[in-house]
Design a protein around this ligand. Structure first.
Ligand code: BES
Ligand code: MN
Ligand code: MN
Length: 457
């Protein structure tokens, strides 16, 4: 049905890859101030790429990294769809574990290796190329389109919610489409029905004003590392349930039919465990692995720092201890309430003799979709046509902070159809995107626009 579009994409396959590789070569690491210029360069590159295919494109500054907007509004009376993605990437460290340098993209075994290949430059760019195919082959798009590419998703999208609120009229859309997630398995197209939210903290524990001799003082001065360990140990009970009072108050029941749908998915638990390298899986009692990741909140230590960690032994009672802790949230928890609950719990259980500070670093709301309406129907048909298989509905344990904001501020349903794969090493060394998924994903998105125009008449 979309074969003229597919043909166009096949004909231009080489150039499209060269362009993607240009984008992947820009180290747009949003977390690092020394890369601010590269982030800006990636934004400019995106703007140029969008204007070259025929969109009105601009780079709009924010208090953080800029937003790139591309607009095509030549279908009066037709719906407007907003395509979102992010052009920033996670830091590439540890560099020595990469088999090829993170910002020198290469294809090996059908995989595009580079930082940002799948998260999210490859998935964002395939949307641009699907639009290009329509504009080049048909000279038009079936609906009005806004492309919004942000540069601080990987650091929590702090300035995007105010941006969306401030530009709500300009961004008004009937639906939002995002590819920044993964398929359930190779060849198995997938539509996301949920994302977890996030509340991120740094906990600092300070005891004596300097490190002390652990023989002269140990036993008589409270050890901040021990005090922090005891705090952390109160986060969960024996059954893996979070023991912070009030933590589950806002958690909505997932529902029997959604749980049954999760159980029907062909999940290979042994393969999942093997992929992690851990000797056993573990989590909250009473829930399956997929339920734990998709439907239940967490409270995880992300980093720990205290005392002497160099070679050999040093008998010291550390002055400070620090932990990075983040909670993944599920509907209807929100990061502000969880922050208050966690902070007062930490203060309540902390030993006397240490000072506690809790910093609230970033947050994002959880999200759960309705999965109904013309946009989802169009996606189902397009994914089925492109991959030769009906999509499955999957949940997700990760977070995309702006998704809930789009829904709330723009009042538009959000469709998440991802083209990543399990094991793609997002955020880790040797990140890759399946080249087949990149190519088929582009065709699926091209078909999606076609289906959407048929569905909305
Ligand atoms: N694309 C991911 C979200 C995601 C992760 C979707 C896994 C599907 C599977 C996104 O770029 C991401 O990494 N989000 C961060 C958000 C945080 C930095 C606020 C996350 O989930 O940790
Ligand atoms: Mn992403
Ligand atoms: Mn990410």
């Amino acid at each position: 049905m979309a074969s003229d579009l597919d043909r166009y994409l096949d004909t231009h396959n080489r150039r499209i890859h060269e362009e993607l590789f240009e984008l992947l070569r820009i180290p747009s690491v949003s977390a690092r101030s020394e890369h601010a210029g590269d982030v800006r360069r990636a934004a400019d590159w995106m703007r140029d790429s969008l204007s070259r295919i025929g969109l009105d494109a601009s780079v709009i500054p924010t208090a953080g990294h800029p937003v790139v907007l591309g607009e095509w509004r030549k279908a009066p009376g037709a719906p407007t769809v907003l395509v979102y993605g992010h052009y920033d990437v996670q830091p590439a460290e540890p560099l020595e574990l990469w088999e090829s340098p993170p910002f020198e993209p290469t294809i090996r075994d059908g995989r595009i290796y580079a930082r940002g290949s799948v998260d999210d430059k490859g998935q964002l760019f395939l949307h641009v190329k699907a639009l290009e195919a329509h504009l080049a082959v048909r000279g038009t798009l079936p609906v009005n389109v806004i492309v919004l590419a942000e540069g601080e998703e990987e650091v929590g999208s702090e300035h995007l919610e105010p941006f969306v609120a401030e530009h709500a009229t300009r961004l008004a859309a009937d639906a939002v489409v995002i590819s920044d997630s993964s398929m359930f398995a190779p060849g198995q197209p997938s539509i996301l029905s949920s994302l977890r939210g996030l509340a991120y903290f740094q906990i600092d524990v300070t005891g004596p004003s300097v490190d002390l001799h652990s023989g002269s003082y140990g036993g008589a001065v409270v050890n901040p590392a021990t005090a922090l360990a005891r705090i952390i140990a109160t986060f969960h009970d024996e059954s893996g349930h979070i023991a912070i009072p009030g933590f589950y108050d806002a958690v909505r029941d997932w529902g029997d039919s959604a749980r049954a749908a999760i159980r029907r998915l062909p999940f290979d638990e042994a393969a999942f465990q093997h992929e992690t390298g851990a000797s056993a899986l573990g989590g909250e009692a009473g829930y399956s692995t997929l339920e734990r990741i998709w439907t239940r909140p967490t409270c995880e230590v992300n980093g720990l720092l205290s005392g002497y960690t160099g070679e050999g032994a040093k008998t010291v009672l550390p002055s400070k201890a620090m932990a990075k802790v983040s909670c993944r949230l599920v509907p209807d928890q929100n990061p502000e309430d969880i922050g208050r609950l966690l902070e007062s719990h930490v203060r309540r259980v902390a030993a006397k003799g240490v000072e506690i500070t809790v910093r609230h670093l970033s947050g994002g709301r959880p999200w759960r979709a309705e999965l109904a309406g013309p946009v989802f129907d169009a996606a189902r048909r397009a994914l089925t046509a492109a991959f030769g298989r009906e999509p499955v509905i999957v949940g997700e344990g990760g977070s995309i902070p702006v998704v809930g904001d789009f829904e709330r501020i723009l009042g538009a349903p959000v469709l998440l159809m991802g083209f990543g794969l399990p094991g793609e090493n997002a955020h880790a060394p040797n990140e890759w995107m399946s080249d087949e998924n990149f190519v088929t994903g582009t065709k699926a998105v091209a078909a999606f626009w076609e289906e959407l125009s048929a569905a909305t008449g």
